[in-house]
Design a protein around this ligand. Structure first.
Ligand code: SF4
Ligand code: MSK
Length: 628
């Protein structure tokens, strides 16, 4: 008979999660795992991508066993249905990241026009370098004027009518030429997303290959457009991340302090909250209510943004966002957008936690809405933080349980920091790869998903890769998992194979480099482009791979598509809803190799996945004439 302990143990590999799952059970709080279980058995048609509700002649489904209907009412077959569904996932993911990037470009514009008190240009060097990339004359021009021109040029890229996105130039000419021949060079960001929605309307693009090609174009408008703008403008406004020490897991909460959690993706609000917390008046208010002070911690990707730039500790990733509330020690959770489960307000209501939403795009029933704009952010941040302080006396002391001891981590590996650690050029990395000390590099990215034991995929895969001399760059929720497992301190070099260990020790870096949040996967893309250019080869020739062992989000689908479009084979731990179309499965896993020089591999077992990645890196090494 399965006991409760066995049942909970199957949910997560992390001790803080398990402790809070037990507490949730005794507190009568249901979590994402309970809701996941309640959804079983899942709809087999949807799982295979064989259901469609795009129009009112439907909903329709296709029988995968060939006995029932083989076409929807409009005549769509399995290939069209799967391609349309996948295309819409890519469009939604690209739109999410890119809209985040737009908010940053608009904030940069507001700063340049003097409308954003509290914000400023944190890195003028980066601002001027970006202006140079955009062909904006900046020498002798005041920084705010440069910022205005750059923000306008970036915002123009959203609705651009002709040409191609500026950051395409970061990729090697061989790759750009291949995209040109395929007709997938990304044009305006909004244009590609809109076109995907158009093509997947009933009766428009009825060729599954043509839909998926536009999927690449849409995803590239995210990777070399909206997401990359998000990353680069965040660096200009808040600083380019540098290697910084911090901590991770639920132990970062402080029993004596007013605990404020920042959750979501966009640093615009969280940076202002971080400033407000440092205000002496706010600190004095906290002491007045009996707290020792204020304690800020991050969750998910907003957490990564704060961690990378300010060293603010991170409490957890996607599946920890409910469990952190179960500690009973959180006065306030401030959210922006994306990956914020609608269940959070109900769970917060079981304790004394206030949830504050901040974006007009993301409101929550049960949350207090305080809308942040560039103009009001500084004043509002202080008001919101003072409201968190006022909530401290409402804490129920008997309900508080903060599990675990924080684990140390080193974060902050922007492209600039990686190149800085290498002495300013990618050459030492190239030398280490050529010498076989580093077999290759893999981006381990993406979410958690209750279909996978929490953090098991990320940590098992990453450990095996570094043991085999593979340098890992991680982002988002994968990065939190690896930090909690202790893989992101320089001492973790001892867990790496001999070659990688030697390189890490020489440079004083961990074998797993945190490059940021979900939008910051563009840093990995940028680095891949720089490596390929330095070697005068195509990105597809390099010993690189992408991996998303626990992905759930449409944004992850967009990321996977732009990574594969860049010629980098990507390994997925969760099966995407495409199995209903054998033609699309064949195209994704085999056919694409001849088209973009890369493919998708689905391998749910993280150990087998690591071995498959190592085999793939070896094949790329042989292709370059390197030893294996
Ligand atoms: Fe059915 Fe076609 Fe409408 Fe989809 S688009 S719901 S398959 S009729
Ligand atoms: S937060 S998109 S669960 S990585 Fe970026 Fe994590 Fe995935 Fe959200």
């Amino acid at each position: 008979m399965t006991t409760l302990t066995d049942k909970l143990a199957a949910c997560s590999i992390t001790t803080d999660a398990l402790a809070m799952l037990e507490k949730a059970h005794s507190d009568g709080v249901s979590t994402v795992w309970d809701r996941h279980e309640a959804q079983e058995p899942r709809c087999g048609y949807c799982d295979l991508g064989l259901s469609c509700r795009i129009c009112a002649m439907g909903p329709c489904r296709i029988d995968p066993f060939g006995e029932g209907p083989q076409r929807g009412v409009c005549g769509a077959d399995a290939d069209i249905m799967v391609a349309r569904n996948l295309g819409r996932m890519i469009a939604a993911g690209s739109a999410s990241h890119s809209d985040h990037g737009r908010d940053l470009a608009e904030t940069l514009l507001a700063v340049s026009e003097g409308r954003a008190p509290g914000y400023g240009i944190a890195d003028e060097g980066k601002l001027r370098a970006l202006a140079g990339e955009y062909g904006i004359a900046e020498a002798g021009v005041p920084a705010l004027e440069v910022a205005k021109q750059l923000a306008e040029a970036m915002l123009d890229e959203y609705g651009m009518r002709k040409g191609r996105l500026q950051f395409v130039g970061r990729m090697p000419p061989q790759r750009v030429e291949a995209w040109g021949k395929l007709g997938v060079l990304p044009r305006g960001i909004d244009r590609e997303v809109t076109e995907m929605m158009h093509r997947t309307h009933m009766g428009v693009d009825n060729d599954y290959v043509n839909i998926l090609l536009h999927g690449f174009r849409t995803a590239l408008s995210d990777g070399l457009g909206g997401s990359m703008i998000g990353t680069e403008v965040s660096d200009v406004l808040f600083g380019v991340p540098k290697p910084t020490m911090s901590t991770a897991n639920l132990g970062v909460l402080d029993k004596g302090a007013v605990n404020i959690l920042l959750h979501g993706h966009n640093p615009i609000v969280s940076e202002m909250i971080a400033q407000a917390v440092a205000d002496p008046e706010v600190q004095a208010a906290a002491r007045k209510v009996g707290a020792t002070g204020l304690n800020l911690a991050g969750l998910c990707c907003t957490g990564s943004e704060l961690l990378m730039r300010r060293g603010i500790p991170i409490a957890g990733n996607h599946l920890m966002t409910e469990l952190v509330l179960v500690t009973g020690a959180v006065e306030m959770m401030i959210v922006d957008y994306q990956c914020i489960m609608p269940a959070l307000t109900e769970i917060a209501g079981c304790y004394h936690t206030k949830v504050v939403s901040t974006s007009p795009k993301a409101k929550f029933i049960g949350a207090e809405h305080r809308e942040f704009t560039p103009e009001n952010a500084r004043t509002l941040a202080k008001e919101v933080v003072l409201a968190a302080v006022a909530n401290f006396p409402h804490r129920k002391p008997g309900a508080v349980n903060i599990p675990g001891t924080p684990v140390s981590q080193m974060s902050g590996f922007s492209v600039e920091a990686v190149l800085g650690a290498l002495g300013g050029t990618p050459q030492p990395l190239i030398d280490a790869i050529v010498a076989g000390k580093i077999r290759g590099a893999v981006g381990v990215v993406g979410c958690n998903n209750p279909k996978v034991k929490h953090d098991h995929g990320h940590v098992t895969l990453t450990r095996r890769l570094i043991e085999n001399d593979v340098l890992v760059l991680d982002t988002g929720c994968a990065a939190v998992a690896n930090a909690k497992a202790g893989l992101k301190v320089p001492e973790a070099a001892e867990l790496a194979g001999p070659g990688l260990r030697e390189v890490c020790k020489a440079l004083g870096i961990p074998p797993v480099l945190h490059t940021g949040s979900c939008v910051d996967n563009t840093r990995i893309l940028h680095l891949a482009g720089a490596l390929a250019k330095a070697l005068n080869v195509d990105t597809a020739q390099l010993p690189l791979a992408g991996a998303a062992p626990e992905w759930y989000s449409e944004k992850a689908v967009a990321i996977a598509f732009y990574v594969v479009a860049a010629g980098i084979t990507t390994f997925l731990g969760v099966v995407p809803p495409i199995l209903g179309s054998p033609n699309i499965v064949k195209l994704a896993t085999e056919g694409l190799k001849g088209v973009v020089g890369a493919s998708f591999v689905v391998e749910p077992d993280p150990t087998k996945c690591a071995d498959a990645i190592i085999g793939h890196l070896n094949e790329k090494r042989r292709g370059l004439g390197l030893t294996v």
